[in-house]
Design a protein around this ligand. Structure first.
Ligand SMILES: *Cc1c(COP(=O)(O)O)cnc(C)c1O
Length: 427
């Protein structure tokens, strides 16, 4: 008689299927997700429910600045949660005051408002600009083509990409888009109603494009001349990703007049909380009291727990000299990406970015991608997943690398080798 051997339950596979099913049944399908179910991580490695290990060069989209499961963050969370998690902004707390002082110290004379996300930080800047121009009837904010400023109603109006607006018209009034890095276009676009210009220091979702030094300095002069606010969205490019606290500090280093440059407002989020959700904006001293008592607020803004985590992150970044790590390893990684562009021009068109905000553009019409409808960037990221590396696509042809600031040299080597293997297989 034939012995019946029961097949062992495919536990791992079942987890994947059952979790996928929970999403299909219960989660609003507003995200295009990759077919990976992640379960845990350590440093710049994450694991999926099947036990596969991935080198994380995406950092949860520039958020996990200390990597995964950092003991300092765990410690800050535990310690602060034993004292106070939340108080509301009816009261003062030490962590919020101390964090504001640390941010001001890194930017310049001004004040900070705390909130919970990047979109919300930008909302604060829109309100600041409207308050500033209100009595003269000025309200319009110029933003850049290809920019990204978040998914709230004002956020999609501010964002210079049609794909985020489609289906949600009419748009919130008061936003117009201008070409990025084009000073003449900015000047020409100003109307009697214009009150501010908002740009990313380095465009992220738009494909890793840094502002030029001349553009930043020119916009500053233009805004001074026209009595407008210059606002910088530092949500993705800020928090030492460029090698300096804010990307404009990096772009303008060693540029005559650069050391005096300050915008009037800066939004922050992503790496600010290292994965604990939080956002903030800084406003330059002359305008720091425009948003007076009762004009703006949010229940969770600047909770002791969020601020304790953010303070710990700044402490670790400084003690471990991580800005220098981002600068040096970023330069190495970029030179390796440039080498790939030179060696495999039929696959990689160029390398872009600075520090740990890097990207590379894929060539048009890669033959291996012709069979699928999916954008080249998505197909490339899928192949990198199979090779054990996480990255972030931007647009249809750009791959972004936004790793933890404490990425190690050996991890850069591993990442480049795996990216090169995928590139080679497509050449
Ligand atoms: C991610 C991002 C935002 C939006 O931040 P959320 O936390 O997703 O609301 C805004 N601006 C830029 C430049 C971003 O990269």
């Amino acid at each position: 008689m034939k012995e019946i051997v029961p097949t062992p339950p495919a536990i791992v596979r079942n987890d994947y299927e059952s979790i996928r099913e929970l999403f299909t049944q219960n989660v609003v399908p507003s995200y295009g997700r990759f077919e990976l179910v992640l379960s845990h991580g350590a440093g710049s490695y994450v694991f999926d429910v099947a036990g596969q290990r991935y080198l994380d060069l995406g950092g949860g989209i520039a958020v996990n600045c200390l990597g995964n499961a950092h003991p300092g963050i765990t410690e800050a969370l535990v310690e602060q949660s034993q004292k106070l998690i939340h108080t509301s902004n009816l009261y003062f707390t030490a962590p919020q005051g101390r964090l504001a002082a640390e941010l001001v110290k890194r930017i310049g004379a001004g004040k900070v408002f705390f909130c919970n996300s990047g979109a919300e930080a930008n909302e604060g800047l829109y309100k600041l600009a409207r308050k500033f121009g209100h009595d003269e009837g000025r309200f319009e904010i110029l933003t850049a083509i290809n920019s990204f400023h978040g998914r709230t109603l004002a956020g999609i109006a501010a964002t210079g990409q049609d794909k985020v607006k489609k289906g949600f018209e009419p748009m919130t009034p008061g936003f117009r888009h201008i070409p990025y890095n084009d000073l003449d276009a900015a000047r020409a676009a100003i109307s009697p109603a214009t009150v501010a210009i908002l740009i990313e220091g380095i465009q992220g979702e738009g494909g890793v494009t840094p502002a030029t030094a001349e553009y930043l300095l020119g916009l500053r002069a233009l805004c001074d001349e026209k009595k407008m606010l210059l606002l910088i969205d530092g949500v993705q490019c800020g928090h030492y990703r460029s090698g300096k606290f804010q990307s404009f500090q990096r772009i303008l280093e060693n540029i005559p007049g650069g050391e005096k440059f300050l915008p009037d407002g800066i939004s922050m989020a992503k790496s600010l909380g290292g994965g604990f959700p939080m956002g903030a904006f800084w406003v330059r001293a002359p305008y720091a009291d425009l948003l007076s008592a009762g004009t703006h607020g949010t229940t969770y803004g600047g909770t002791p727990l969020a601020c304790a985590v953010a303070l710990k992150i700044l402490d670790v970044i400084e003690k471990e000299n991580l800005p220098e790590n981002a600068r040096q390893l970023g330069a190495w990684m970029k030179s390796e990406l440039e080498r790939l562009a030179t060696t495999y021009p039929s696959v990689v068109k160029n390398a872009r970015g600075v520090g740990f905000m890097l990207g590379f553009e894929l060539a048009e019409n890669i033959p291996a991608f012709a069979a699928s409808e999916k954008p080249a960037a998505i197909q490339f990221v899928n192949r990198l997943h199979a090779a054990g590396v996480l990255t972030v696509p931007a647009g249809t042809h750009i791959i972004r690398l936004l790793p933890a600031l404490n990425l190690k040299p050996a991890e850069v080597g591993e990442g480049i080798a795996k990216i090169e293997a995928v590139v080679k297989s497509l050449a």
